[in-house]
Ligand binder design. Sequence first.
Ligand code: Q9C
Ligand code: ZN
Length: 348
Amino acid sequence: MPARPRTPVFFNELQLEFKPRYEWAFGEKITHPETTARAESILAAVGQAHEDFDIRVPAPIPASALRGLHSMQLLNLYAAAEQLPGDKDFHPTVFPKLKRGEGDPTNIHQAGAYCFDSGTPLNAQTLSAATWSAACARAAATTLRKGTKLAYALSRPPGHHAQRDLFGGYCYFNNAGIAAKTLRRSGRVVVLDIDFHHGNGTQDLFLRDDKVLTISLHGDPREYFPFFCGYASEVGEGRGRGHNINLVLESEIDGAHYLAAFEAHALPAIELFEPDYLVLAAGLDTYERDPIGNFKLTTEDFFRLGERIGAIGLPVAAIQEGGYYAAHLGRNAVALLRGLRAGLGLAD
Ligand code: Q9C
Ligand code: ZN
């Protein structure tokens, strides 16, 4: 019997050097949810399951690939942040109206022109970690273009909230967007976002694109981040009209109801679109113990969901997004990936 293929997992240790902190004006320090413990938990779990997974360092991502999705000012701002003192996290506190793209990106104090929330710090390690995180997503997509059926990007920091010229929601570069843009060169792409939060950045990047279908299942934005978008009425614009789907799920939804909503609303739309590739924005903050989300999915539910997504039969680039119960994040990621392997027929 041929050896079953191991699933590539892309990660660079340099991603662990970014340690975002909350530093409030009053000097009080609070642990930031997007900790290195998240990536460490996933690394440990995939390392233990080495019969199924193969951890690889991605090729570096060329600046041109980042520029294909993000503005020069955003890149320049991250470069300016590299000059911050090593112990300093800069949190924008002033958000000018009508000045998007107009702030001076070489002046860190104008970072609020490129940011949409106050919980996403810049420091000297942000650019390096975010660039490697994006490189993981690009490597996963490149692997799919060569014929691999499943690849996983251990992208951290996450990406799905990042827009062309805005960072926020712990996201700096839109990793899933980079994967989708890479795959789009060889076919039609569906981006399926299962993070607890609406994938506003990905929606925005492909809003007018009819070759990329974006679907996001998430908590009600009237109550949960990012608040200002993620509503069912956002269906795409121009030729992209009909190619964005927001599925707002009920508060405290459990795995069975989540899967039912997925099967009733996401699956038929994916099949109708006839995509060639699936990019999975794999947020695991729908977990029952997640400190930020309020859904009630279990580890077993992540396996079932992965299995259902894999069974669609499309090559899958799974890109890590949120998930803040770090102690169980690794086992949840492995459950989702093992489900995907089973659904795709890569397991025995
Ligand atoms: N007190 C991702 O999952 N605000 N980002 C939460 C909680 C921001 C989450 C506030 C949540 C962003 C990738
Ligand atoms: Zn999230």
